[in-house]
Write a protein that binds this ligand. Structure first.
Ligand code: GLC
Length: 529
């Protein structure tokens, strides 16, 4: 029997896949499960430990599948339940874990539960969604705004009431105060856990319960004309309410009914809010996802401060995590420039905490320009002109340099961008490529437990070099990252062996005294004792 590994997720490197953009197998221009199955060799070669798939359930696909019409069925465009079971079996056989996206805040308006709920005020699911009468002067019950623009309330002529939607009109929010709805959603979790998934990433986990008095949100004091309208109010009474934490505790109880599963969660916003998503007396999420590196300015002092603020914001016992890309985030390569993507990779894979990156980050994919007529993201369609479009980072994976990048034989659902410039095939053939750096870093992480489980000892970063050490028992590893495009001296007094340089060309060198870092170079050095 295989030995249990209760804390695999602490050491894991997670790879986020937006299935629709990964690999198409049937020429419809959209990625699918059989396509992903064809690419497992690549994932094994890369060395990641776990996959997180964006929603694969039946959906009208108005919001990348985050508008779910049936939590228990695979969308036919993605494949069948047999494909899913095969995927899970094959992943487990390769020692890879799989987590699914759980979207507990809302459904599609096509979900049978919502159809029933909206059919009358007296049906058995009438209270499963948030229904309210008009406000005192007619019109919506209060001033709450949808993140996708306009009032968050939509009038329903049959019930003669408004329903609440944090996101699209076609994404009505559940009423998590209703115990039957709660237990139905917890059963959804059990359904997939019994099938063998290793956990979930909980979508929109901060907004499950809204203020019961429906108090109006105050104006956002930082807002001006450049602020997208949905962000001009502060979401005080809609986000991050105490009662929401209670729901997360219940989800965690379900997770803990099964062995060795993990609960991650989307927590948008500031680092200082992240700590309480771990729970205190009762546990909540194992890993509230931390976007501090994405949000930080890219210079050694700012990154040093962002790292420090994050470690300070979580409880001592909490296990950290770091995310550098995702389906809602602009690609970091565009923000920091290609040479620094190597530094980012080394940082992500040597900090203390579970690592998350998004398919395509490993080849330095940049956000792709989307002509107006190809826009798919409802965010951009409804709140245009503020740079909110998420299609650019969702552009399909580039497997080779052909016009359709080896992604599809049909018309790709989003533009591919320049496939010849950066693609998997090309970088696999170049032993000094960014892709190889990812592979080597992951391999090193697997080999050196100090890089996963070791404590993190900060050092004082100077001269635009970011410095820290990792220590486990008597092993100590120092990391020095040059965040500028010019050579820098790292004033260091130790001696050791260079395990890896971002340039992949000077491993095993013995170093002592100050280290000369080339432009955009980072190094990992194992100290001599
Ligand atoms: C989360 C998802 C995002 C989606 C939204 C509504 O924020 O990450 O892509 O649009 O939820 O479900």
């Amino acid at each position: 029997m295989k030995q249990r590994d209760t804390e695999w997720w602490r050491r894991a490197v997670f790879y986020e896949i937006a299935l629709i953009s990964f690999q198409d197998s049937n020429g419809d221009g959209k990625g699918d499960l059989p396509g992903l199955l064809q690419r497992l060799d690549y994932l094994k070669w890369l060395g990641v430990d776990a996959l997180w798939l964006t929603p694969i359930f039946r959906s009208p696909m108005l919001d990348l599948g985050y508008d779910i019409a049936d939590f228990l069925a695979i969308d036919p465009a993605f494949g069948t339940m047999q494909d899913f079971d095969r995927l899970l079996d094959e992943l487990h056989a390769l020692d890879l874990h799989l987590i699914l996206d759980l979207v507990p805040n809302h459904t599609s308006d096509q979900h049978e539960w919502f159809r029933e709920s909206r059919s009358s005020r007296s049906n058995s699911k009438s209270d499963w969604y948030i229904w309210e009468g008009a406000g005192t002067h007619g019109g919506p019950p209060n001033n709450w705004l949808s993140r996708f623009g306009g009032s968050a309330w939509e009038w329903d002529a049959t019930r003669e009431q408004y329903y609440y939607h944090s996101f699209l009109v076609q994404q009505p929010d559940f009423n998590w105060r209703n115990p039957e709805l709660r237990s139905a959603m917890l059963d959804v979790m059990r359904f997939w856990l019994r099938r063998g998934v290793d956990g979930f990433r909980v979508d929109a986990s901060a907004v499950l319960i809204k203020d019961d008095l429906l108090r109006d949100n105050p104006p956002n004091p930082k807002a001006d004309d450049k602020t997208p309208p949905p962000q001009r109010l502060e979401p005080v009474f809609t986000d991050d309410r105490r009662e929401t934490m209670d729901c997360l505790e219940q989800m965690r109880e379900v997770i803990d009914e099964f062995e060795d599963r993990v609960l991650c969660g989307e927590v948008q916003g500031k680092t200082d809010r992240i700590g309480h998503f771990y729970g205190s007396e009762k546990p909540r999420l194992h890993l509230p996802l931390n976007f501090a590196l994405i949000d930080s300015r890219w210079d050694a002092l700012s990154v040093q401060a962002a790292i420090d603020a994050y470690y300070k914001a979580i409880p001592d016992w909490a296990w950290p995590d770091w995310v550098i890309g995702g389906h809602d985030k602009k690609r970091m390569a565009g923000k920091i420039g290609q040479p620094q993507t190597r530094i980012l990779a080394m940082l992500l894979l040597t900090l203390k905490g579970t690592a998350f990156f998004f398919a395509g980050d490993e080849i330095g994919m940049e956000s792709v320009n989307i002509p107006p007529e190809r826009v798919r993201d409802p965010f951009e369609k409804l709140v245009g002109g503020f740079g909110l479009n998420r299609d650019p980072e969702r552009s399909p994976m580039r497997w080779d340099g052909s016009e359709k990048g080896g992604f599809t034989t049909g018309e790709p659902w989003l533009p591919m961008g320049n496939t010849s410039e950066r693609n998997i095939d090309r970088q696999q053939k170049e032993p000094h490529s960014l892709l190889w750096l990812y592979r080597r870093l992951i391999e090193l992480r697997h080999r050196e437990p100090a890089l996963t489980l070791g404590e993190l000892l900060p050092s004082r970063s100077r001269n635009e070099v970011l410095i820290y050490r990792r220590r486990l028992d008597d092993i100590e590893i120092a990391i020095g990252l040059n965040l500028v495009h010019e050579p820098r001296r790292w004033e260091w007094e130790g001696a050791g062996t260079l395990l890896l340089s971002t340039h992949l060309d000077r491993e095993e060198q013995t170093l002592s005294g100050p280290i000369f870092l080339r432009a955009d170079e980072g190094v990992i050095v194992k100290l001599k004792r």
